[in-house]
Design a protein around this ligand. Structure first.
Ligand SMILES: Cc1cc2nc3c(=O)[nH]c(=O)nc-3n(C[C@H](O)[C@H](O)[C@H](O)COP(=O)(O)OP(=O)(O)OC[C@H]3O[C@@H](n4cnc5c(N)ncnc54)[C@H](O)[C@@H]3O)c2cc1C
Length: 340
């Protein structure tokens, strides 16, 4: 019987598998998509994510990110990460690097979806394959989470994400967040001649129409599109708990608030580490408290920003306030830049 079966070969699943293989567990990943996987993402690795990847020996090529800049019309505010930089990394590059490291560490990656998960006293049987533990890292809409009854339903205003890349030379080494009345556009340099532009909004419209709300940014994006539009959402996904018997939820599958602070990958990597530690100790239930500890600060910051962004006068005041209160904005960016 294998020690760990991982459902999902995205960053959370591959990092979990890599941690598990490195501590001597036998591990298998099941991922239905073939080859290098792309996905709607802002592609900004915060400094903590870069550090966690480095500890795994994974060093994907990208563009150093030194901090964050908020812009709304003429107002702008910026702050630098206090320590080492983050990195803008194309999703395909990140996936390729994680997958190569996992295969190198002896992880078996099978091209198939997980469908049937049956819990037993000393094992979990996944589509007929027994494993001591299962990590469900099957993304925002996690079928495994749903099949185990761990969804808590959604409430409130829903937000969605869309992204596309443009072939222009990056004009800054900061992540730029452009604010309009109903959406934010996140510009992340990912290479010497390419930037990614992710738009987050609660108003569902085609990408081009969304971009029209940012005329100054659109002016700067006078290059060829280098990728097609990809979308994701609704972003907020609530879960009742993160451990059910011998199954642990990791990454977006464990629940998600919003991409506003660009921390999904940092959290996924931290959760992967915590889940493997709990499995290795033979105490899966321990992961619940670790998960809460990992996400606490992210949830507080993201919920606070979302609450402000949802009320038009507060939303309009966000960037001027960040400029008027640099100590506060600096503190928030310091939190995002905190090393792992
Ligand atoms: C618009 C947008 C912008 C974002 N910007 C940033 C950012 O700048 N920085 C950042 O850190 N984070 C960002 N995020 C969040 C980040 O993309 C996610 O947190 C991250 O991708 C989570 O990784 P994951 O492995 O949990 O899920 P995923 O990357 O979604 O991987 C899940 C995998 O599971 C597979 N799967 C699905 N069903 C099954 C099944 N039944 N069996 C087996 N496998 C299955 C899927 O094929 C997929 O490969 C952003 C998200 C969005 C939507």
């Amino acid at each position: 019987m294998i020690d760990l079966l991982v459902a999902g070969g995205g960053p959370a699943g591959l990092a979990t598998a890599l941690h598990a293989a490195r501590v001597g567990l036998s591990v298998r990943v099941r991922e239905p998509r073939d080859g290098v996987v792309d996905k709607a993402c802002g592609e900004g690795l915060m400094p903590g994510a870069v550090a966690r990847l480095a500890r795994l020996g994974v060093d994907p090529a990208g563009r150093a990110l030194r901090g964050i800049r908020y812009l709304a019309g003429p107002a702008r505010a910026e702050a630098l990460f206090p320590g080492p930089p983050g990195r803008g990394v194309r999703r395909t590059v990140l996936h390729d690097a994680l997958r190569a490291a996992a295969l190198d560490a002896g992880v078996v990656v099978e091209r198939r979806a997980v469908r049937d998960v049956v819990q037993g006293a000393d094992r979990v049987v996944v589509d007929g394959t027994p494993a001591r533990y299962v990590v469900a890292a099957d993304g925002l809409h996690s079928p495994v989470r749903r099949s185990l009854g761990l969804e808590a339903g959604t409430r409130g205003r829903q937000r969605y994400g869309l992204r596309r890349h443009v072939g222009v030379a990056p004009w800054t080494d900061l992540v730029e967040v452009h604010w309009s009345a109903h959406a934010e556009a996140y510009v992340t340099p990912v290479g010497p001649g390419e930037v990614g532009v992710a738009i987050l909004t609660s108003v569902r419209r085609p990408y081009e129409e969304q971009l029209a709300a940012f005329p100054a940014l659109r002016e700067r994006l006078r290059g060829e599109a280098t990728s097609t539009v990809r979308g994701a959402g609704p972003l907020r996904q609530r879960t009742t708990r993160r451990v059910a018997g011998r199954v642990l939820l990791v990454g977006d599958a464990a629940g998600y608030v919003d991409a506003l602070t660009g921390e999904g990958l940092s959290l996924a990597l931290a959760q992967a580490e915590a889940a493997v530690a709990a499995v290795r100790a033979g105490r899966p239930e321990r992961y619940e408290a670790d998960w809460r500890r990992v996400v606490r600060r992210y949830r507080l910051l993201t919920e606070a920003l979302l609450a402000a962004a949802a009320v038009p006068p507060a939303r309009r005041a966000l960037v001027p306030a960040a400029r008027a209160l640099p100590v506060l904005f600096d503190a928030a960016v310091r939190e995002l830049g905190r090393p792992a």
